[in-house]
Design a protein around this ligand. Structure first.
Ligand SMILES: CCCCCCCCCCCCCCCCCCCCCCCCCCCCCC(=O)SCCNC(=O)CCNC(=O)[C@H](O)C(C)(C)COP(=O)(O)OP(=O)(O)OC[C@H]1O[C@@H](n2cnc3c(N)ncnc32)[C@H](O)[C@@H]1OP(=O)(O)O
Ligand SMILES: NC(=O)C1=CN([C@@H]2O[C@H](COP(=O)(O)OP(=O)(O)OC[C@H]3O[C@@H](n4cnc5c(N)ncnc54)[C@H](OP(=O)(O)O)[C@@H]3O)[C@@H](O)[C@H]2O)C=CC1
Length: 515
């Protein structure tokens, strides 16, 4: 019997960010391995015209929860959506709901965050720092609380090269930042943002670092752990390989490359691609929750959930496997054939952006306009280039994360738990994982049927033929123009034609002699 699964049975669990990518995988695993758990409270905000119940219903009805519904048929009774907006004071939670949360919760998993890289500092601070502080204040009033698990990121200290499982100070205290957001106006905040974030690339990583300090300060008297995942990718094994549901991280780029929009990217091929599967993160998170509650470590433990030092893989190997999978399982209705290269300098990046990204987009939009349709590719391409510029930092740097606490936790697990809550990335076969990841992007994100693969292949063949025809036509047009305007080109042309005709007459003469 799994000790961890038994631990979560009979517990009341509070999850923030349960509608997000990791939150859903976490909830799924909890229900699947501990179907007898008491209740999961999920803090959800109504969104896109959907009520909380509709949002939760949609999650439970998704493919991700198919196994859960077999194992735990009454899952909908065990999940309690609580209306909450983390941007509001007390999260806008009603008094009755708050009383129930405070009196019943045993474990808190804090997954909610803004993960946007371009969020204005005020918004990122509100969600990643102030809301964390408020949640800790709520947690401090929970008499039955056994553990509080905070999801941070391995990149919270990406301004450093070597990162230990410790909390690093920031130049300005989080409390001062929170206070200043109250009275500074937006223009001033925008002005001071670059100074505050310093050598971090965005407000996301900066506010996640501040969030960690808040957790350490405010949670001193609680059983707390912090999980720092690196780049979270599709699921590796559970509940099935390749599950993914948003465009964050590599996902959007895999689509862009598979559909032939992304043809070149500035990347350091040999830099470590520190990807970590979502189910690995969830297994470590649940194991850490159990360990924190049962073993009550004296200080807040930080767990690096990274792959680089245990099972390193570089961007080149990953990129090539992504491209190899496109050959096997092409995406439908591609814009161009998938083919992507790394660029090394800003000059070559600008060049390929102009030639391989912007020019085809403009040409296609002209074609759309001429055929009476609305041009859209240039806009899409601009958005893609903006996204790439935001992600580029992470594919051109390498980091070393120590994983002592994570390895210690692994050694504390029983063999059964090591199997059931596996977070040992040394067992991960990257090539297999990436293939399943790309197929998962096709199936679960693009909602493309595998039955459409032969037609997708045919489409790529047509694109190849169009490409050849286009190149030949372009060559002939340029050559014709050159001959018309430039004497040297005419001379070269005359030389080639006379050389070919001499070669042909020689060939004809020698074959006649042989006869
Ligand atoms: C399997 C790995 C291999 C990868 C290989 C992929 C390419 C294959 C090519 C092969 C050959 C070449 C090899 C190349 C190898 C290198 C490839 C690099 C890929 C790896 C990228 C690394 C990413 C690292 C990030 C990790 C950092 C830390 C992790 C975390 O802690 S947090 C989670 C990460 N957070 C994010 O990723 C958020 C990033 N997103 C944003 O900040 C914003 O969305 C934005 C990018 C700034 C865009 O903002 P906008 O306001 O312009 O847009 P909005 O968000 O409103 O969306 C508008 C529409 O655009 C769609 N969209 C959003 N995001 C993306 C996206 N990433 N890609 C594409 N499209 C996106 C969105 O859905 C909207 O669509 P609409 O609704 O239809 O309008
Ligand atoms: N994905 C990744 O690559 C990595 C993620 N992490 C960390 O893991 C955690 C989860 O990330 P992930 O699942 O990918 O993120 P998602 O963006 O998928 O999910 C974010 C969650 O936060 C919720 N949320 C955002 N704003 C509010 C709000 N005002 N009130 C209530 N809920 C809100 C969202 O709710 P809604 O659905 O209503 O928007 C959603 O459930 C984060 O803390 C992130 O920093 C760390 C490293 C890498």
């Amino acid at each position: 019997m799994s000790t961890i699964a038994a631990f979560y049975g009979s517990k009341s669990i509070l999850i923030t960010g349960a509608t997000g990518f990791l939150g859903k995988v976490l909830m799924e695993k909890l229900f699947r391995t501990s179907p007898d758990l008491k209740i999961i409270y999920v803090l959800v905000r109504p969104k896109a015209g959907q009520t909380l119940q509709q949002r939760v219903f949609q999650i439970l009805n998704s493919k991700l929860f198919e196994k859960v519904k077999e194992i735990c048929p009454n899952v909908h009774e065990k999940i309690r959506p609580v209306s909450a907006d983390l941007n509001q004071h007390d999260f806008g939670i009603s008094k009755e709901d708050m009383d129930e949360l405070l009196s019943s919760t045993n474990i808190v998993f804090h997954c909610a965050a803004t993960v946007r890289f371009d969020d204005p500092l005020r918004h990122a601070v509100q969600l990643n720092v102030t809301a964390t502080q408020q949640l800790l204040s709520m947690a401090s009033q929970m008499p039955k609380l056994e553990a509080f698990i905070h999801l941070s990121t391995a990149f919270s200290n990406c301004n450093l090269k070597h990162i230990d499982e410790v909390i690093y100070p920031c130049s300005v205290e989080p409390k001062k930042i929170i206070d200043s957001m109250e009275w500074l106006d937006d223009a001033i905040i925008d002005e001071i943002t670059p100074k505050l974030i310093g050598d971090r690339p965005n407000t996301y990583t900066y506010t996640k670092a501040l969030g960690e300090i808040v957790v350490q300060q405010e949670g001193a008297n609680m059983n707390i752990a912090i999980i720092r995942p690196s780049i979270v990718g599709a699921t590796w094994q559970e509940p099935f390989p390749g599950w993914v549901d948003n465009l964050n991280g590599p996902n959007g780029l895999i689509i862009a490359a598979g559909k032939g929009f992304l043809r070149a990217i500035k990347a350091t091929p040999m830099a470590i691609a520190d990807l970590i599967p979502a189910d690995t993160v969830v297994n470590l998170t649940l194991a850490a929750g159990w360990y924190t509650a049962v073993h009550r470590p004296k200080s807040t433990l930080i767990y690096h959930c990274t792959s680089g030092n245990l099972n390193p893989c570089n961007w080149l190997k990953m990129g090539l496997q992504v491209l190899a999978t496109f050959e096997k399982v092409p995406f439908e209705k591609a814009f161009r054939r998938p083919k992507a290269d790394f660029t090394a300098t800003s000059f070559t990046t600008h060049y390929w952006n102009a030639v391989s990204h912007r020019a085809p987009a403009i040409i296609y939009d002209v074609y759309l306009r001429l055929t009476g349709r609305k041009p859209r590719v240039t806009k899409l391409m601009n958005r893609l280039l903006r996204t790439i510029s935001m992600l580029e930092y992470f594919i051109n740097h390498s980091w070393e994360w120590s994983t002592h606490n994570t390895e210690m936790l692994m050694s504390m697990l029983s063999p059964e738990d090591q199997r059931m809550f596996n977070f040992d990335v040394r067992q991960l076969n990257w090539l297999e994982y990436i293939e399943n990841y790309v197929v998962g992007v096709k199936k679960y994100l693009l909602k493309e049927d595998m039955a459409g693969v032969p037609e997708a292949r045919q489409h790529l063949k047509r694109l190849r033929n169009i490409h050849y025809l286009f190149n030949i036509a372009l060559f002939l047009i340029i050559w014709r123009l050159l001959i018309a305007r430039w004497q040297t080109a005419r001379n070269v042309w005359f030389f080639i034609v006379s050389f070919c005709s001499k070669f042909l007459s020689y060939f004809r003469a020698s074959s006649t002699l042989k006869l």
